[in-house]
Design a protein around this ligand. Sequence first.
Ligand SMILES: Nc1ncnc2c1ncn2[C@@H]1O[C@H](COP(=O)(O)OP(=O)(O)OP(=O)(O)O)[C@@H](O)[C@H]1O
Length: 700
Amino acid sequence: MSQFNEGVAEQVEMEQADVAAMYGLLDERLADVRAQLAVVLRSSADSAGEVYAREVDAERLARWLRRLEGAEEGLAFGRIDGADGTVLHIGRLGLHVDDRDLPLLVDWRAEAARSFYAATAVHPMGLRRRRHLRVEDRAVRAVSDELLDGSAPGVGDIVGDGPLTEALEAQRTGRMRAAVATLQAEQDEIVRSAHRGVTVVQGGPGTGKTVVALHRAAYVLYAFPGAAARGVLVLGPNARFLDYVSRVLPSLGENDVVLATCAELAGVVPAAVESFDVAQLKGDMASAEALADLVRSWQAPDGGFVVRVGQERVRLKGGDIAAARRAAVASGLAHNPAREAFKEGLIGMVTDAMERGAVEALERLDAEITGSTGLDLDAAAADDLRTLGFDDAPAANPAEVFDADAVRASLMDDIDADRAVESLWPRLTPEMVVRALLADVRTMARYLPSLTDDERFRLMRTADGPWTDADVPLLDEAADLVNGPPERTFGHVVVDEAQELTAMQWRMVMRRCPAKSMTLVGDFAQAGPATAANDWSQALGPHLGSRFALHTLTVGYRTTQEILATTHDLLARIAPGQTPSRSIRHGEPPRSLTAYPHTLATTVTEELRAQTEAHPGELLAVICADHRVKEMASAGVAQWARLVPASEARGLEFDASVVVGPQEIIAARPSGERDLYVALTRATKRLCTIAVHTASQHAS
Ligand SMILES: Nc1ncnc2c1ncn2[C@@H]1O[C@H](COP(=O)(O)OP(=O)(O)OP(=O)(O)O)[C@@H](O)[C@H]1O
C-alpha cells in the first residue's frame, strides 16, 4: 500500500470511529423516541381534552421519529477544522451527548455550519480545512479535503477529486437527490438568507434553482419556527415533476412539507385540455375582476322582499333592502357568509317593523277605547296580536307581548323567508359562478368587456363540460369570493418552475401565504405557452409590487458546456440579452441524426439500443412533441428510456437524452422554441437530436 493510500485509510478509520459514535447516539435517540411514543399511545385518556393532548403528543413524537429516521442515510457528510484546532462535524441533524459538550454533529442549517458552505481560500472564515465524508450504510467510504488557509497538504490531509464532481457524475436515478453536502457558496447564500419575505431565484437550466428551492424550504423549517408551525408548501408544475423532487426533503429529515400542483391545492381534477391561447386568456387578471363583478351582481339586485308571518305579509321597502345590502357588503365577508348577514339584516328589519306595528295597533286600540266602558284593554291587545299570528300573547305591554327574539329565530329558519332572500342574494358555489361566466356569451360580454368577440367565442364552454387546468385558478378565485379564504394556508411557500404561473395562478398562491414569505424559482427562457409575463416584475408586480429580492444563479451543474453551447443561438432568440450560464461540466459534443417519418421508430430504437449497450445502467430519456408520444410508445421506447412529452420536460434530468423532432417540438405549441430549449437541456452527459424530414424535404 502506498504512503498516500495508507494516509487515506487512516483518516477513514479515524472518521469511522466518530461516525460510529454518531450512529450510536442516533440509535439511542430513536429507541428513546419510540419508547416515549409507545407510552403515549398506550396511555388512557378519559376526557376529550386528554384525548386531544395525547394526540398532540403522539403527533409531535411521530414527527420527531420521522425526522430521525430520515437522517439515517449519510447522517454526517462534512467536517470543518478551525485554524484554532476546533473540529465540528456537519450532518443532517444536530446530535449532542449532553448540553455542556460540543455537539457530536451540527445540523447543516445551524449558524455554526455556515463556514462549511461559505468559506473560500480568499475568505477562509477562520477555517484551516473543509472535509467531505462519503458515508454509506453507516460506513465511511471516502474523505476529501480542501485546504483553505493556503497551507500545503500535510499528514492527514486528503486532497483529491471534489465531492461536487463526484455528485455531478453519479448516475441519475430518476429522482433528485439532496445536495446538502455540496451546496455551493452562491446557492448557500440564498438558502440561509435571513430575508423572510419573497426571494426570487432565476438562472439558466441546471443552475440549481430546484436545489436551492428545496434546501431553502428545509432551512425555513429549521430557522423560522413561526413559518414552520404554519407549514411549508412546495408547488410544482405537474405530478411528474413532484415525483422527481419528492425524495429530497425527506432525505433532509423534513417529512411535513406539502408537495402539490395548483389543481391539487384547489381540490379540482381537470379532465380536459384546451388550447393555450384560451388558457392564457383565462389566466389573465381580467378573469378575477370579471368573477368579482359577477358575484356582486348576485348581491341584492333590484327586487322586493315580502314574507308571510302568521296571517300577515310584511313587505320591506327598497331602501331597507339597500341598507341591508350595504351592511352585508361592508362586513367584508365572502358572498355566502355575507348572505347570512344580509338575511339577518332583512329579518331584523321585518321583526322591527312587526314590533312597531304591534305597538301602533295597541296604541290605536287604546285610543279608540278610551272613555268607553266595559272593555278589557289587555284582552283586546292580546286578541290583536293573535290576529297577527302570535298565539300566546298574555300581557298587554307590547314589549312583553312581542317576543322579537323568537320571531327573528323562527324567521331565520323559515323556508319561505329563505326563498325570498334567495331571490335577492342566492347561495352560490364556485362552479356555478365560473360556469355562469364562461357558458353564456352575454354574461361574458358584460363582465369581460376588454376581450374581442372572437376571444369571448373561444372562451365559451358548455355548462356541464369537464374542467381544464386553466379553470382551476378561476374555481379557486370563485371559491374565495363565495366562501372566503382557503382553510389551509402556509407559513412559507416554495414555487418551482414559477415562470409557468399565470396571473390567476399567482393569486391562488398569494391566497395561501398570508405572510408573503416565499421562495420562487424559475427561468423565463423556459416559459410554457400559458405564460404571459416576460419577467419577474411583470409576473409579480400586480401581487407584490417590487417587494421581492432577486438572485441570479450563473453556474450550470447539469448540462455540459458542449450541450449548452449548441443552445446559445436558440437562447438569444427566446431571451434576447440573457447571459448564457457557464457549465462546470464537460463531455461529448451533441450528435444529430435524421430520419424520415417511416424510419423514425427504427432510428430512435437503434440509437437507444446503442446507447444502452455503450453506457449500461444510465438513465435515458426520449423527449418528443406530445403528438409523437403514442408512436414512440408503440415503438417500444419505454424498454430503454423514459418517454417524456416535451410539454412535461421542465425541471427533469437524465444522464442522456434523445430529442426527437426538434422542429416538431417548435411547431407543436406557441412556446415551441422555449419547449425545445427545455428539451435540449435535460441531459447531464449526452444529447442526441433526431430531426424528422418531411416528405417535401425528402423530395428536394
Ligand atoms: N451544489 C450542488 N451539489 C450537487 N449537485 C448540484 C448542486 N447544484 C445543482 N446540482 C445538480 O445539478 C442539477 C441541476 O439542478 P436543478 O435541477 O436544481 O437545476 P434548475 O436550475 O432547477 O434546472 P431547470 O431550470 O432545468 O429546472 C441537479 O442534478 C442537481 O442535483
